[in-house]
Ligand binder design. Structure first.
Ligand code: ZN
Length: 246
C-alpha cells in the first residue's frame, strides 16, 4: 500500500476561529480523510512536532509527502528542508498544495521565486483539464468548479512544467497553471493550486480525486537508483605519451 505522509503547518486552524470551524481536524485531517478513503496508508506530521515530524525514519517510510504551509514558511528548519530535498531526489514523491508555493522546499526544488498574483474574494474557480491523457486527470472529465476560492493569477514564477495537467479560470478574469508536474532526480513533484484555509476545498470530491491521482502518480520513482562516484575502467587502459611536437 502506498504510504503518504501529510505535512501541515497547522497554526491557523488553532489561532483563527473561521479556519478552525472550516477544518476542525486541521487541514491535514481533511486531506488525510480523502486519501484514506482512496485506499492510501496515511500518516501525519506538523510544524510544531520535533523536527517538524519529518525525521529520517518517517521520510524513509514515506512514498509521497504532501505539503501545506502558509504563515510560517520561515520557521521550517533548513536541515529538514535539506533532508526532504534529498529524499525527493532519491525518489520520494512530493505534492505541494496551495500556499506551499512559497515553502522553502518548493522554492529550492524549482530554483525560482514561485511568486504569483492573489486576491481573497471567495470567487468561483473553474479547473480545466488540459492534459486528459495524464494519470492525474483520470476521472475528471473536462474538470470541475469550486464555488468559493482565493484567486491565484499568472504570472506564476516557476520553471515551465514537464507536464501541465490543470489550468484554472477565476470569476475575476485571471487564469493560472493549477496542476504542474515536475521531475527532479528520481522524484516526481506535483503542484496543485486550490486549498485556501477559509474555504472547505479539501472536502471537495474533485479536489480529493486530483490529490489521490497525484499521490498514485508521484509514488513511482523515476527509474532505478543510479551509481555515481569514482569508477575503475571497464577495459584495460593503454598508457599514451603526449608528443608536444604533434
Ligand atoms: Zn491561501
Amino acid at each position: 500500500m502506498t504510504r503518504v505522509t501529510i505535512w501541515n503547518e497547522y497554526r491557523q486552524e488553532r489561532t483563527d476561529a473561521a479556519v478552525g470551524a472550516t477544518y476542525p481536524d486541521g487541514i491535514h485531517g481533511a486531506v488525510a480523510a480523502g486519501l484514506r478513503d482512496a485506499g492510501f496508508d496515511v500518516g501525519v506530521a506538523t510544524l510544531d512536532e520535533p523536527e517538524h515530524g519529518l525525521t529520517d525514519a518517517v521520510l524513509a517510510a514515506t512514498d509521497v509527502l504532501t505539503w501545506w504551509g502558509h504563515a510560517a514558511h520561515p520557521e521550517v528548519a533548513d536541515d529538514v528542508v535539506e533532508r526532504v530535498q534529498r529524499r525527493v531526489l532519491d525518489g520520494m514523491g512530493l505534492i505541494v498544495l496551495h500556499s506551499g508555493h512559497h515553502s522553502k522546499i518548493f522554492r529550492r526544488l524549482m530554483g525560482t521565486s514561485c511568486d504569483l498574483k492573489w486576491r481573497e474574494a471567495g470567487e468561483r474557480e473553474r479547473i480545466w483539464v488540459v492534459d486528459p491523457a495524464h494519470p492525474i486527470a483520470e476521472g475528471l472529465g473536462d474538470g470541475f468548479a469550486i464555488e468559493e476560492e482565493e484567486m491565484y493569477g499568472e504570472h506564476f514564477d516557476v520553471p515551465a512544467p514537464d507536464r501541465l495537467v490543470l489550468v484554472s479560470w477565476f470569476e475575476g478574469g485571471e487564469v493560472f497553471r493549477s496542476g504542474c508536474c515536475y521531475e527532479r532526480g528520481r522524484g516526481r513533484i506535483f503542484y496543485f493550486r486550490p486549498g485556501h484555509e477559509t474555504h472547505p476545498t479539501y472536502f471537495h470530491p474533485g479536489v480529493r480525486r486530483v490529490i489521490a491521482n497525484a499521490a498514485r502518480w508521484a509514488s513511482q520513482p523515476m527509474g532505478a537508483r543510479p551509481e555515481r562516484g569514482n569508477r575503475q575502467p571497464l577495459e584495460p587502459l593503454s598508457i599514451r605519451s603526449i608528443d608536444a611536437t604533434d
